[in-house]
Design a protein around this ligand. Structure first.
Ligand code: PGA
Length: 260
């Protein structure tokens, strides 16, 4: 796991966008795993700028989103379909047919989940999966207690997550209780994981994920099992990391390290 700490949110976002842009430039038909929430907004803004100003081309890219609220139609302004359309897809040239976001309104969730897993496999697997982290340590909607081998399925949201996400809804009662989400096992199959975190309310979750035991109680800790995972955190989210100095030392010495 590579832990890279930046001064602020903007630097975290730009560093994240650089990782994605390099993958897309090297592999025009890259398969991107995308996330919603406040955290990746800056990264998406930067990708839009790279598309508009530098011609970053998404015309052969395929995308898979992590999750969606059960019960919200794609045009609901708090659905993740809507979020992705407004904050990324409508600003770049990814073909509509290549976009995949789990359905929140399917009639058969089990069949949909199986199909979603099959589509990821048919697309050749995910090259890089963008992740946020919940204040309870979740990745996607894999709440504490989720199996680290779990696949795409329905999850019941934790009270903490409902409280955290209530800010986007008129009242806490409006926050859906269920979500359809890729599992931890699904996420771990991506070839690269890119977890972004900013703000003091993520400091405990980041410390648990990076330096705590691998545990279902913090599903982000499963990144420790992945051979190519990057954690990009700002100073505030990194505040509880005991090995902070070492992570900074590694980055400072990276240019001199043998690459072959
Ligand atoms: P946030 O959510 O980016 O809105 O903080 C992250 C998450 O819950 O995964």
């Amino acid at each position: 796991m590579e832990v890279i700490i930046h001064r602020n949110y903007e630097d975290v976002s730009n560093a994240g966008a650089e990782v994605i842009a390099e993958i897309v430039n090297n592999k025009p038909n890259a398969v991107l795993g995308l996330a919603t929430g406040s955290t990746p907004l800056g990264l998406y803004k930067e990708l839009i700028s790279l598309h508009k100003d530098e011609g970053l081309d998404f015309s052969h890219v395929t995308t898979f989103n992590l999750d969606e609220y059960v019960g919200l139609a794609p045009d609901h302004d708090q659905s993740y379909h809507y979020f992705m359309h407004e904050n990324l897809f409508k600003h770049i040239n990814v073909p509509a047919d290549n976009i995949h976001v789990p359905s929140g309104t399917t009639r058969n969730y089990q069949a949909f989940c199986d199909w979603y897993e099959r589509r990821i496999a048919e697309a050749g697997g995910i090259d890089v999966q963008v992740l946020g982290i919940g204040s309870d340590g979740h990745i996607a909607f894999n709440e504490p207690g989720s199996s680290l081998g779990s696949r795409t399925r329905i999850k019941t949201l934790a009270k903490q997550t409902i409280e955290d996400n209530a800010r986007f809804f008129e009242s806490q009662q409006d926050v859906p209780i269920y979500a359809i989400t890729m599992g931890v096992g699904t996420i771990l199959e991506a070839r690269k994981l890119l977890l972004l975190a900013n703000g003091a309310n993520k400091a405990k979750a980041i410390a648990d994920a990076v330096e705590g035991p691998v545990s279902v109680m913090c599903t982000a800790s499963a990144l420790q099992l992945h051979p190519d995972s990057i954690v990009l955190a700002d100073d505030k989210a990194a505040a509880n990391l005991e090995m902070r100095e070492y992570y900074d030392w590694i980055q400072a010495n990276k240019p001199g390290a043998p690459t072959q």
